[in-house]
Design a protein around this ligand. Structure first.
Ligand SMILES: O=C(O)c1cc(=O)[nH]c(=O)n1[C@@H]1O[C@H](COP(=O)(O)O)[C@@H](O)[C@H]1O
Length: 278
C-alpha cells in the first residue's frame, strides 16, 4: 500500500478537498426521526456513509457518538469504517487519543493495526502529554501506511489557553507541535503521513503551514462559524494540503441520501473555489 501521505494527496486530487464528519448527535437522530438507540445510530451512520463515502476524499466518524451505545455502538463503528473504506473514502477516526507511551502503543494497535476490527486509515491524536509520547502511534502508523493527525491549534475557544502558551524557547505550544510534525515529515514526498489539526476558526497565526509538509485538517467549517474564506487567512501558501471538515452542517440535510449529497457538494464547491486559487 502507498503511504498515508500519498493516499491523502491522491484522494484530495481525485475527489476534492472535503472531509465529511459522521457525528451522530442525539439531536440529529431526533431530527432524522430515528430512535436514540443503537438501531437509530446504525441507520443514521450507514445512511451518512452511503451518501458521503462514494464521493468525498475522507470521512471522519467521531468515536464517542458510537461508544455511548456500548458494544452495539462500537459494532456499528466497525461497520462504518469497513463500508466507507470499501466505497473508496479514506477513514479518519476521530478519537483524539493521547497517553503515556506504553499505553499509546495499545491505542495504535486498536486503531492502526490491520489485525484490528477498528482499523482506520488515520486517527486524531492529542500531543498534550508531550509530543514524544505519541511516538508508538507514529511508528505503528508508518509500519502500516496509516496516518496520525496531531492536534495543534484546535477550533474551540478554550484552545489558546494551552496552545498559545509559550515554551521555554519562546515558541507557542501550537508552533512547537507544528515544528515537531514538520521534523517527522521532512523529506517525504508527495507529503508526510503525520497531519496537523488546525481549526478553520483560528484566524491568522503567522505560522508557515507549508513547512509541515503534511496533511492539514481544518475542522470548524459550517456550524462553528468557519468559512471557506477563512481558510485562506489561516493557511496562506499551504492551501493545497488543507482538508476542510464539516459535520453537522452537512448532516442536518438528512435523512435523504440525495439531500446529504447535495449539501456535501455545496460545501465542497465553496471550499474548492478558495483552495484551488493558490
Ligand atoms: O479533531 C477534530 O476532528 C476536531 C478538532 C478541532 O479542533 N475541532 C473540531 O471541531 N474537531 C471535530 O470536528 C467535528 C466538528 O463538527 P461540526 O462542528 O459539527 O462541523 C467534531 O467531531 C469535533 O470533535
Amino acid at each position: 500500500m502507498a503511504t498515508f501521505g500519498a493516499r491523502y494527496r491522491a484522494a484530495l486530487d481525485q475527489r476534492g478537498p472535503l472531509c465529511g464528519g459522521i457525528d451522530p448527535h442525539a439531536s440529529l437522530l431526533a431530527a432524522w426521526g430515528l430512535p436514540d438507540d443503537a438501531s437509530g445510530l446504525e441507520r443514521f451512520a450507514l445512511t451518512a456513509v452511503e451518501a458521503l463515502a462514494p464521493r468525498l476524499a475522507v470521512v471522519k466518524p467521531q468515536s464517542a457518538f458510537f461508544e455511548r451505545f456500548g458494544s452495539r455502538g462500537v459494532a456499528v463503528l466497525e461497520q462504518v469504517i469497513a463500508t466507507a473504506r470499501e466505497a473508496g473514502a479514506l477513514v479518519l477516526l476521530d478519537v483524539k487519543r493521547g497517553d503515556i507511551g506504553s499505553t499509546v502503543q495499545a491505542y495504535a494497535d486498536a486503531y492502526l493495526d490491520p489485525a484490528s476490527p477498528l482499523r482506520a486509515d488515520a486517527i486524531t491524536a492529542s500531543p498534550f502529554l508531550g509530543f514524544g509520547s505519541l511516538q508508538p502511534l507514529l511508528g505503528t502508523a508508518a509500519k502500516f501506511d496509516g496516518g496520525v493527525f496531531v492536534l495543534a491549534q484546535t477550533s474551540n475557544p478554550e484552545g489558546p489557553q494551552v496552545q498559545q502558551a509559550r515554551t521555554e524557547a519562546g515558541r507557542t505550544v501550537a508552533g512547537d507541535i507544528l515544528d515537531r510534525i514538520a521534523a517527522v515529515n521532512a523529506g517525504e514526498s508527495p507529503l508526510g503521513s503525520v497531519g496537523a489539526v488546525v481549526g478553520a476558526t483560528v484566524e491568522s497565526t503567522g505560522e508557515n503551514f507549508a513547512a509541515v509538509n503534511g496533511p492539514l485538517l481544518a475542522p470548524g467549517i459550517g456550524t462553528q462559524g468557519g468559512t471557506a474564506a477563512d481558510l485562506r487567512t489561516v493557511f496562506g501558501e499551504a492551501l493545497r494540503n488543507v482538508l476542510p471538515s464539516s459535520s453537522r452542517e452537512i448532516l442536518r440535510a438528512g435523512p435523504s441520501v440525495q439531500a446529504l449529497r447535495d449539501a456535501a457538494d455545496r460545501t465542497l464547491e465553496s471550499v474548492r473555489a478558495i483552495l484551488t486559487q493558490s
